[in-house]
Design a protein around this ligand. Structure first.
Ligand code: GDP
Length: 454
């Protein structure tokens, strides 16, 4: 009897193994887009989402077929693990705060045990497993793709032109002056080149801080493990005359950056992604005004080139595509009411129209979402119909504000003139708030994993 049971279990294990599925799900977006909060929120729902009502659109959960889920060890121990537990800890501590943002690539792996919905599998066994590897990486790294198609001289001229533009030049003017003075000297030490590279990195960060999006090279903004590495010791050549030994030296560093940093990222990370979430902080861009908003559209369109394999012969030479679904996601939608969330969805669709056409052409399934990884407000309706948001602003101050207006289309000149402002709710949770609240993560989970959980 015992041995029969054992054999049955072994058979089941064998079948299970045969049916095991595995998916690499990558999350990206520019700095501050909300990657850390989103991944934390997704893990909260997957691991602790006991209440099926809260996850009504996640079919496997809603239909009661989700048998369990748990974190499992990462496969690759050389890649940092996504700090999920730390994130929850700071969000639910006595003085809650937001967790540290993404600075490098990180991964976390979980396993979902579920009952198949129908078909042959249902008769053969009770359960199946899906293993999901969540990968978090800075969207800035994707901004480097065009560097592969250019050379140091052309890139320098292009960046110099960009950095001279009115508002942007505030962040770069001092660096150019200093760089030109240093490079005009007879003997330029290696240390000077390194110092100029660091100065350029600082100028880029200052521009990023002021809301600029179109910034290269991406690793200067978020070097990850390459902080201080010689391969990052370059900057745009600040003269139109490109004949000099220093120019040649920087040219070599630039070529190494392409070979040793950009290409390996695509080969070793990007190549293995099956599904991709792209987060966009549309609300902050609206607050920053038309110039920055337009720049975000342009930058995202460039960033999404990495997913347009057909168009991009160069990318096809480096990798063979494996991504079959892309979720384009407006983040932090707890700062607006339900109507605003719908509007954000439409606005994002408009912003990414060009890239979406390419996706369609290439048959990459894509959908738009408006979500909050961690929801810090609750929407309500007053008796007169006014929609309000309850939440906490800085300093633990409980507030109720009217839901702000969000345009459904690219804003008009008049709307830009009036400007946009959204409340900045802060987390106010305790350990009892498990799983942390979210907005529409169930829809996102269904899109990303639903077809693998049938
Ligand atoms: P990352 O750089 O993409 O990892 O961005 P983070 O996830 O660290 O988010 C940056 C900041 O945006 C956070 O510190 C929060 O202030 C805010 N934020 C991110 N996600 C949410 C969200 O779901 N709701 C709210 N209210 N704020 C968010």
């Amino acid at each position: 009897m015992i041995s029969l049971k054992k054999t049955q279990q072994q058979t089941r294990d064998l079948i299970n193994r045969g049916f095991d599925r595995h998916i690499r799900l990558a999350v990206t977006g520019l700095s501050g887009a909300g990657k850390t909060a989103l991944i934390t929120g997704m893990l909260e729902q997957v691991l602790n989402g006991y209440d099926a009502k809260q996850l009504a659109f996640w079919q496997v959960k809603h239909s009661g077929r989700l048998l369990g889920s748990r974190l499992i060890e990462n496969r690759d121990w050389s890649i940092p693990r996504f700090a999920y537990e730390d994130a929850v800890k700071v969000l639910t501590s006595a003085q809650p705060s937001w967790p540290s943002s993404t600075r490098d690539v990180s991964e976390i792996r979980f396993e979902i045990k579920y009952q198949p919905r129908s078909g042959l599998a249902k008769h053969l066994m009770d359960e199946r497993r899906l293993v999901v590897e969540l990968v978090d990486y800075p969207g800035e790294w994707l901004l480097d793709l065009p560097l592969l198609q250019t050379d140091y001289g052309a890139w320098s001229l292009q960046q110099n032109q960009l950095n001279q533009q009115a508002e942007r030049s505030i962040h770069f003017a001092d660096w150019y002056q200093h760089a030109q003075a240093q490079l005009n000297k007879n003997d330029v030490a290696d240390a000077t080149l390194r110092e100029l590279a660091q100065g350029y990195q600082q100028a880029l960060k200052s521009a990023q801080h002021a809301g600029f999006y179109n910034l290269q090279p991406g690793r200067h903004l978020l070097p990850g493990q390459l902080e201080g590495a010689p391969v990052l010791a370059f900057f745009p050549w600040p003269f139109s005359d490109q004949r000099s030994a220093q120019f040649e030296h920087l040219n070599r560093v630039f070529e190494r950056y392409k070979e040793q940093v950009i290409k390996p990222f695509y080969k070793h990370h990007f190549q293995g992604f099956n599904r991709q979430v792209i987060l966009v902080d549309v609300l902050t861009a609206l607050e920053q005004g038309k110039a920055r908003f337009d720049e975000l559209i342009e930058t995202l369109t460039g960033l999404l080139n990495s997913f347009e394999y057909g168009e991009n012969a160069l990318l096809r030479r480096i990798i063979s595509p494996a991504i079959d679904k892309v979720a384009l996601v407006a983040s932090k939608v707890d700062h607006v009411g339900p109507d605003g969330q719908q509007a954000l969805n439409q606005l994002l669709a408009e912003m990414l129209r060009r890239s979406r056409q390419h996706f369609q052409f290439e048959r990459i399934e894509h959908e738009l979402f408006a979500v909050a990884g961690i929801a810090t407000s609750k929407a309500g309706r007053l008796s007169d119909g006014t929609v309000v948001l309850d939440g906490y602003l800085n300093g633990n101050e409980k507030v109720r504000v009217g839901a702000p207006f969000v345009p459904t289309q690219l804003p008009s000149a008049e709307q830009w003139q009036q400007g946009f402002e959204f409340p900045q709710f802060v987390p106010h949770f305790s350990a009892a708030d498990s799983p942390l609240p979210h907005i529409r993560l169930d829809q996102l989970l269904e899109f990303l994993l639903g077809d693998k959980l049938k």
